[in-house]
Unconditional design. Structure first.
Length: 330
């Protein structure tokens, strides 16, 4: 999988809606969408960002683009701070709009988008829209979000997935500090991961450690899901947080202290059971650790992007880059 880009736009006034629309059009061009699909993506971005502004008391919109072989997918994640949607069935009816927006509300979004999923509560609404398609993952659903320090363009956090026939492996990395030098470290770590995806988590981290010696360094974690063995193998260095959630319990996974590229006293793999109900959440220290998915009724059943979006919206620290990766058993 190749993640082409991620853009995060704060929606605070009408000019923000225009910025989201322009960013969506550029996203469509980057993904080589035709004019029709670019127009659809821009319309969806305009509609959902206007909803964030009018109904949601402001918030943010994250756009990312993914390329996988010949397939392309643009994803819009809109997160607001409003009172939630009271009547979901009515809101999704085609032609219904409480604000007279140009696309006539969420019904039109549902009709235009390749996929639409919504989570709403009193704390706000999160809308996931997709245009295009990717090959489905056989064993899991997954999503990752990485956004830069407020005001920065370069993001010092990064992530990647790799899937084989019976194995899924992902890395989450946080370059030390923020800005271009942190982003350089994150990019080097991701490149080392991509070149060694057949290795186990411990070996991948050792390779990343060697690759980052010329950078300011990073912390990172690698999770490998062995579908045939129903096992999760995890290794981390530094303050990447990882929580494995199952119906009857959740537990924090262990990362050893150190900084990849500088000093790593120990790299160790830990093995856990991976069931059909498991959810893995990994995030950098740009997200606070005091979250509890149980406080969001029904969220754990939603798409991983909605789970990650809720954590990013409600627990992001505004003084650092921030990233979340969520993997759910399919």
């Amino acid at each position: 999988m190749e993640v082409a880009f991620t853009d995060c736009i704060a929606v605070t006034d009408p000019s923000s809606v225009g910025e989201v629309r322009r960013t969506a059009m550029l996203a469509g061009q980057r993904l080589d969408f035709d004019e029709t699909r670019i127009g659809e993506l821009a319309l969806l971005a305009t509609e959902v960002s206007r909803n964030v502004l009018i109904h949601g008391r402001g918030g943010q919109v994250i756009l990312d683009g993914v390329k996988q072989g010949g397939n392309r997918l643009a994803r819009i994640l809109a997160m607001d701070n409003g009172p939630g949607i009271k009547d979901m069935a009515r809101a999704l009816a085609d032609g219904f709009s409480t604000a007279g927006t140009m696309g006539n509300g969420m019904g039109a979004m549902k009709r235009i988008a390749s996929a639409l999923e919504i989570f709403t509560a009193q704390s706000g609404t999160i809308v996931l829209l997709e245009v295009g398609e990717l090959d489905a993952y056989a064993g899991a659903e997954m999503a990752g979000i990485a956004v830069p320090y407020p005001g920065e363009r370069a993001c010092g956090d990064g992530w990647r997935f790799h899937e084989a026939a019976d194995r899924i492996v992902t890395v989450l990395v946080d370059g030390i500090g923020h800005g271009w030098e942190a982003a350089e470290a994150a990019q080097e770590a991701v490149a080392a991961f991509q070149q060694n995806v057949e290795a186990g988590p411990g070996r991948i981290l050792q390779t990343i450690h060697d690759a980052l010696r010329k950078t300011r360094g990073a912390v990172a974690a690698v999770a490998e899901i062995r579908l045939g063995e129903q096992a999760l193998v995890y290794a981390g260095v530094g303050n990447i947080s990882a929580v494995l959630i199952d119906p009857n319990r959740s537990r924090n996974l262990v990362s050893h202290s150190g900084t990849l590229g500088r000093s790593v006293p120990r790299i160790q793999e830990f093995r856990s059971e991976w069931s059909r109900n498991s959810v893995l959440v990994m995030h950098s220290d740009g997200v606070q650790t005091r979250w509890d998915l149980g406080a969001y009724a029904g969220l754990i059943a939603k798409h991983p992007a909605l789970i990650g979006g809720a954590l990013l919206r409600d627990f992001r620290r505004q003084r650092d880059d921030a990233s979340v990766v969520v993997i759910k058993a399919r």
